[in-house]
Write a protein that binds this ligand. Structure first.
Ligand SMILES: *Cc1c(COP(=O)(O)O)cnc(C)c1O
Length: 489
């Protein structure tokens, strides 16, 4: 399987080259020449555990690796770092089947991809006989940062740099990052929001003179953001696994359709679901849930993508994003792989902050439903879910569930539905505690025990004792200083 750019560049790359490089040279994103078909039948699949499904799915995309090489990466990634041996438990609560993607080390779904990416990158470097050191640049809305730091801390030949927005991330998210140990880890807060940080990182990637300078020092840039195909592909596995689970449970017969609901920010997670459907998983509707930063809701309803609006800092901060990078990969597919059209749209977004897609692309978007949820509705959903179903969900998952309930009301569509549950409630302890009606505390760390007392849900291992950990990273940068800081590192 070879990889090409969404913006029309003709140079094809192997998967290992695409993983190492991160972003194509024409600023496009790498996509496979075609989406592979499911490498097993449903009857075979339902007998597999998570690791077996992941090995087959990842290997179908990254077939310049042997199955043994991929299996080795998978087994190192999805091991006892996860606090549930199923890796991704699927549980029926209320109207949805919740795909619990947050049982990894940092308690958010980013672990699903970032616990394997370092192994895929190492294997890629070996395959391509690359001797250079790798400098990984990462912009984060809160969860990618910690998951990437955990994944790459101590990995020889790599340095990892994380930029998070000064305002917006939760206390727990921030503490997870600023207490990160490991001599090759670097963490900065930046003056701006996630979009500013992501743009800063992309600008460094596209700075040819700077890349030359690094090359002379035998250093290459790569990315741990979902613009890297090595992060996206492992995420396809859990949608396949979730479908297999519903068949096994008898919720659907083999071949019958399901819906998928995803709380969406950078569009990586929902795109992985779309890739799973192109592989052969039958999906009726992709329900894209946003918070008050509802650019995607408006886009799906009107065909116009418009970032000229206020940026809201919400209680689901990992979705506080206006420029959803991975939408580019979807539009590429829906335009029948028309690189020139995509380049025009993305350049217009850069210069004019908005674009409109043509009728053909719009018609192809009909399998996507967009909805959004306010902070107040998010809180109400957390409370009701707990009172009615004794099930604790975080703010992002609540956004997804609320939008799904709206979809149900509007359409009456009773198709069994997978809901991507993207984080542990304890990562957003203050918001969740207050949503549950617990009293306001002066000391934010007390929310953890208050939630535990009320719900009996265990605090994830990785979030324990954060307040007593030493702060190792405390620098704040303006966006314009990012490159200088990278140069210094
Ligand atoms: C990153 C994140 C999202 C958004 O996922 P995308 O792939 O960026 O759309 C949703 N919820 C949580 C908890 C996240 O960390």
């Amino acid at each position: 399987m070879l990889y090409k750019s969404t913006r029309g560049d003709e140079h094809l790359k192997s998967s290992s080259e695409a993983i190492i490089t991160g972003l194509a040279c024409d600023r496009g994103l790498f996509v496979p020449l075609s989406i592979p078909k499911l490498p097993f039948t449903i009857a075979e699949g339902i007998k597999m555990n998570y690791q077996e499904v992941a090995t087959k799915i990842i290997n179908a995309f990254f077939d310049d690796f042997t199955e043994t090489e991929i299996e080795d990466c998978v087994n190192k990634a999805y091991d006892e770092k996860f606090d549930d041996i199923r890796i991704v438990p699927v549980v029926k609560k209320g109207k949805g089947w919740f795909l619990e993607l947050y049982h990894g080390k940092t308690a958010a779904f980013k672990d699903m991809a970032l616990s394997i990416l370092p192994y895929l990158l190492k294997a890629s470097l070996k395959k391509e006989k690359v001797q250079d050191r790798i400098l990984i640049l990462t912009a984060t809305s809160g969860d990618t940062g910690k998951a990437a730091l955990e994944g790459f801390s101590g990995v020889s030949g790599t340095e990892i740099v994380v930029f998070y927005p000064e305002e917006g991330v939760s206390l727990i998210q921030k503490m997870q990052m600023v207490t990160q140990e490991g001599g090759n880890t670097h963490v900065f807060s930046v003056k701006g929001n996630f979009d500013d940080a992501q743009k800063g990182v992309k600008d460094i990637f596209n700075d040819e003179a700077f890349k030359e300078e690094l090359k002379e020092k035998n250093i290459r840039l790569s990315s741990a953001n979902s613009i890297n195909i090595g992060r996206l592909v492992p995420q396809v596995s859990y949608y396949v696994y979730g479908y297999l689970h519903l068949v096994k449970e008898g919720a659907v017969k083999s071949g019958e359709k399901v819906n998928v609901v995803v709380p969406t920010g950078n569009f990586g997670n929902i795109l992985a679901a779309y890739y799973a459907s192109l592989m052969g998983i039958p999906v009726n509707m992709f329900i894209c849930a946003s918070n008050e930063n509802k650019v995607l809701t408006d886009f799906l309803n009107t065909g116009s993508y418009d970032t000229r609006r206020e940026f809201h800092v919400t209680n689901s901060p990992s979705m506080d994003i206006l420029v959803s990078s991975n939408l580019e990969r979807l539009l590429y597919l829906l335009s029948n792989e028309d690189g020139k059209t995509i380049r025009d749209l993305m350049e217009r977004l850069d210069s004019e902050k908005h674009y409109r897609v043509d009728e053909k692309i719009r018609a192809n978007l009909s399998k996507f439903y967009g909805g959004f949820c306010t902070e107040e509705e998010t809180n109400k959903t957390i409370r009701e879910m707990f009172l009615e179903n004794n099930y604790l969900i975080d703010t992002h998952t609540a956004v997804a569930y609320k939008v799904y309930l709206d979809y149900l009301k509007e359409t009456g569509d009773e198709t069994p539905t997978l809901v991507a549950s993207t984080a542990s409630a304890y990562k957003f302890a203050e918001s969740v505690a207050l949503a549950l009606g617990l009293p306001k505390e002066d000391d934010e760390y007390l929310y953890e025990s208050a939630i535990f007392k009320m719900t009996g849900v265990k605090v994830p291992q990785g979030l324990k004792g954060l307040r007593d950990k030493k702060i190792l990273h405390n620098k704040t940068l303006s966006i314009s200083r990012m490159k200088e800081e990278v140069r210094r590192i």
